[in-house]
Every structure is written in C-alpha cells, then in structure tokens.
Design a protein around this ligand. Structure first.
Ligand code: ME8
Length: 473
C-alpha cells in the first residue's frame, strides 16, 4: 500500500512564528491533505515541530529572564498552538528536547561511530550564532555576518568530526540517479555543483556549550544543533524502533536557506548509518514584505494569526499559493492580499456559491441532481498533476478558470429569464450542471482551502438554502 510522509523544518524557538514560517508549513499541509484524500488518512504522516537545542535558545531565554527549559516549553507551546489555530493538519509535533528524540539521536550517533565516520580533531573558525554554522572569512563583512548583522565569534576547540568527504562520490551518484530528488531544478543544480567542488569533513560537536544533547561516548561534548535537528525526521516516525520504516523515506519541505544541510549533510549521515536518503527535498523560495526581508528588527514580522483573523485561514492560504510561484522568491503585501480577496474570492468563488445556492433554493425547491459536468477532464486532472509537481499557483489558476467559466455560464444563460418564462425543462438541467460544477471545483480545491470546501459541501446538502457569504466584504 502506498504511503506518503511529509515534514517541515523544525523551527527555532528563539522567536514566535511569522508568515514566512507558515509558508513552508502550509506547503506540507496542502500535500498531506491531498495525499490523505487520495490514499486514505491512515496512509499519511505529517510532522512539524521545534528545534530547541540551539545557542539561540539559550540567548533568548537569558534575555527573557527565564530558565531555559521553561522558556522552551512556553515557546514550543506557542508554535504548536499557532499552527493548530491556523488549521495545520499535522500528525505529530516533535520537540528536540523530548526524550524520544534524544534517544533517537544517541542511537544514530553511535551508529555513525560504528561506521568509523566520527573522529576527534580541532576546529578553528568564524562561527555565526544566527546561522548556527561556521562561516568563511570571505562571507563576513567587517567581521560581521551580513545576514544576521552580528559579529562572528572565533571558535577554537576540540571537536568531533563527521567524515562528510567520504560520501562525496556516493552523493554525486545519488544525485545523478535521482534527478528529481531536489525541486526546483535550480536548487538541484546548485547542490550538485557545490558537491562537485569537493566536500570537507564537518565538526559535529561543541565543547564550549552546555545546552544540547551530550555525545554518547564523550558527554563533555554536546552534539552540534544541526546534526541533532536533522535526526528529528527519524525520531518523529519512531526511530530507532523498526516501525520508522513504515514512514521512511519522507518528503522534506524546507526553505532555500537550509538546502546544504538537507541535501548534503543529511543524506550523507543517513548513508553512514545505512538508511535511505529522504524521498525528495522540496525547496521554497523566500518572501519579503513590501520589498523588505522579514525580520523582527525591521518590525515587519507579520503575525500570521493576525492576518488569518482579518481575512480567514483559507484566504491567506489562497493568497500565498496563488501569488508566489512555488520555488521563487516573492513579495508579500497586504494590499495584494486585499485585491485577491475581493476579485478572486468574494467576487469569484464566493459569488458563484451564493448565486447557485440562491437559484437552487428559489427555482428548484433546494433540490438538484449531481451529474457529470461539462468540464474538460484534462482541466480537473491538470489541477492534481500541478499539485503533485508543486506547481501550486498553476493548480489554483486552473481551478479559478473553472470558477470563471461557471460564473460566465450563469451570465450567458440567465437562468432568471428561464424562470420568468417558466422554461423548467431548460432551467433544471442548468441548475444541476451548475451545482455539480461547484462540487467538482470544491473537490480539487479542498487541499488548498479546507475550511471553505467544508462550508460549500454543507451549503449544498439538500434541500439547499442560499449560502451565507463565504468571503464577507
Ligand atoms: O532554520 N520566506 O529554523 P528557522 C519563506 N531550525 N520561508 C521562510 C521565511 C521567509 N521569509 N522565513 C523562514 C531553522 N522561512 C532550523 C531548521 S530543520 C532540521 C532545522 C521558513 O526557525 C523556511 O522554511 O530559522 C526556512 O527554511 C525556515 O522557515 C527556517 O526556520
């Protein structure tokens, strides 16, 4: 039986979610909903969660004056609640401070060690806590990481290393054999190019830090947060228990900032312990807000809950998927959201549902017959093909072409004239056709706009009454 398993990045708890974090989570949510419909609820696993063993957590807790674990519990609860309120249908919310995760990480690291892939050495280099990664000197501007605008620290310590270089050939072979493994193609090209230039071993522990998961065979070191975090994709599905195989390999949805971790380090770690790499890595672009990077210091980190309260969860989902082609960078503006809300949602879909329910109530006592509609099958199939290929904007454009066509059918045929002239033999089939079109549209719309789909299905339960506006103006 076919199964589908999908993950989001696990998010740092040094801050609350903004609309950018929501975007990756929504992509996973649309995929999970789509595959649940296709394969059955029990055949799909969708996990998200929080990345907590980071130096950023320690700093943020200190700033807030709270004890680290208490701070972490509080923030993780905010993330989980936010996703729940936004209707994200995750099966699991994994936290990297949970015992089940710690157990998985320890087991995994022991396996890596058994493969002879971990050795002790010294590392010196510029470290950016914002990135939680070592930086090249050439990436710094005046000693600062330009992206996080913070001074890099010179770290010199005894570390354990992972023999990443050993997997260079295996990785290249894997990429070659799996040309669709990273989408979009541009990211695939970037990653393969990078590996072709040669890989260096990486440091995977920190001696100077206390907060984190201790290395099993040398607890004076804590495991580097990225190594620990990547393993969440296995701990969520039950690793090291064999039941993890039921859901592995998963599809990982991530942002373009973390491709090297997911497409190079992670598969190499998996190769080291003899586990298959993820099924696919799906990489979203970044969006800005009114042309600016989303950041707290710029004060533009829009709270997704506030937007959802104003426009509704589904309108926000619709906008993000329709406006920004998957994989590209894009700009989020509330102005554009408002335009789409009015044009596509209120005047488009909302108006269609309200007109059709109204006419079925008035002209047919609320009764219609679901039938095969005169929509080109290729259009319906095209929606699903686009969705399966992460072309979310194209899928929605196709759905909206059906909405427009149905509204046009009403304008062209003017059912109200048929009613006035008492042409029942024309009116009834037309109403059946219209109601059936709305239901067909709804069936492909559901993964994108689950709340709206539910409302439409309820509105079309017979006898039909004129529906409340789906998108109040
Ligand atoms: O990197 N546009 O966590 P993080 C689109 N803990 N997506 C955005 C975005 C934007 N403006 N801003 C953030 C981490 N994202 C690690 C991950 S996984 C094993 C560990 C999304 O809290 C995007 O998916 O910094 C990005 O990769 C992720 O949030 C980064 O979240």
């Amino acid at each position: 039986m076919e199964r589908f398993s999908v993950t989001t990045p696990i998010y740092y708890v040094n801050d609350v979610p903004h609309v950018g974090h929501l975007y990756s989570t929504l992509i996973a949510d649309v995929l999970a909903r789509y595959w649940r419909k296709k394969l059955g609820n029990d055949q799909v696993w969708f996990s998200t969660g929080t990345d907590e063993n980071s130096q950023k957590t320690v700093e943020a807790a200190k700033k807030s004056g709270k004890e680290i674990q208490a701070y972490t519990d509080e923030l993780a609860a905010i993330w989980q609640r936010t996703f729940e309120q936004l209707g994200i249908s995750f099966n699991d919310f994994i936290r990297t401070t949970e015992p089940r995760h710690k157990e998985a990480v320890e087991f995994f690291l022991l396996k890596m060690e058994q493969s002879g892939d971990i050795y002790k050495g010294h590392y010196e280099g510029w470290y950016c806590v914002g990135h939680e990664a070592f930086m090249k000197e050439s990436d710094l501007v005046d000693g600062k990481c330009p992206e996080h605008n913070r001074t890099a620290e010179w770290l010199k310590e005894e570390n354990y290393f992972f023999k990443l270089s050993k997997y260079e050939k295996d990785l290249l072979h894997w990429f070659e054999k799996n040309p669709d493994w990273i989408v979009p193609q541009s990211r695939y090209n970037e990653v393969t190019q990078f590996v072709k230039q040669g890989l260096e071993d990486i440091s995977i522990t920190r001696q100077s830090q206390k907060w984190g998961i201790p290395l099993p065979n040398d607890p004076s070191h804590v495991i580097y947060v990225w190594i620990d975090a990547l393993i969440n994709y296995l701990s969520t599905v039950g690793y090291p228990d064999e039941r993890y195989r039921q859901w592995w390999p998963s599809v990982h949805v991530i942002g373009k900032d973390i491709t090297k971790f997911h497409c190079i380090i992670w598969p190499a770690m998996l190769m080291s312990v003899g586990i298959e790499p993820p099924k696919q890595v799906v990489v979203n672009g970044f969006f800005t807000i009114n042309g600016q990077k989303i950041s707290k210091s710029l004060g533009n980190a829009i709270d997704p809950l506030e937007l959802a309260k104003k426009y509704g969860n589904d309108a926000l989902r619709y906008f993000l998927f329709r406006e920004i082609p998957f994989g590209s960078d894009g700009d989020f503006s509330e102005e554009k959201l408002k335009e789409r809300y009015t044009a596509d949602l209120a005047n488009g879909l909302g108006n269609l549902v309200s007109r059709v329910t109204n006419m079925v109530e008035r002209y047919a006592e609320g009764i219609y017959k679901k039938q095969k509609v005169h929509i080109d099958d290729a259009v319906m199939a095209g929606v699903n093909t686009n969705l399966e290929n992460y072309k979310f904007d194209a899928a929605l454009a196709l759905i909206w072409s059906m909405v427009t066509e149905a509204n046009k059918l009403i304008d062209d045929k003017t059912p109200w004239t048929m009613a006035k002239e008492n042409k029942q033999s024309e009116l009834k089939p037309l109403l059946n056709e219209l109601a059936s079109r709305v239901l067909d549209i709804t069936s492909v719309l559901e993964p994108f706009m689950p709340g709206t789909a539910e409302k439409i299905i309820a509105a079309f339960s017979q006898p039909v009454k004129k529906a409340e506006p789906l998108f109040p103006r």
